[in-house]
Design a binder for this molecule. Sequence first.
Ligand SMILES: [Cu+2]
Length: 139
Amino acid sequence: MKHRRFLTIIPITLLLLSAASYLMSDGSKSFPAATISDNGKLKAVVLTDAANNPKAMKEQKFTYTITDENGQSVSGAVVDVSLTMPGMFCGVIPTRMTETSPGTYVAVGIPVMKGNWTAVASVQAGSDSLRIEHPFHIG
Ligand SMILES: [Cu+2]
């Protein structure tokens, strides 16, 4: 009898453990690696640097690829990116921007705490502008 009771405890324990690990998981899987924004004039694709396991207080890279309505790379655009936490008041974190090749812009910034973040970018190319919000998670 004792043995049988013990055997029923195991699946219940496993169930509780899996529920706990689900609740404690950081939910980063629900965040897209890439975000696309297209207004017919400008198109921006943002990629989180997945190789750099995102950590608070560490530099994080975001790569923006900007193209025009013909799919041509847009170089010389002003791409301004800042990092914010939706629903929190921990401020707006600036990033530094480098156009690493024509149409490819890399923003580097430091998310200061764990949680859900948004990289908010405004792109200005000539008279065209585009806004793109890229959600990401810092575990
Ligand atoms: Cu915060």
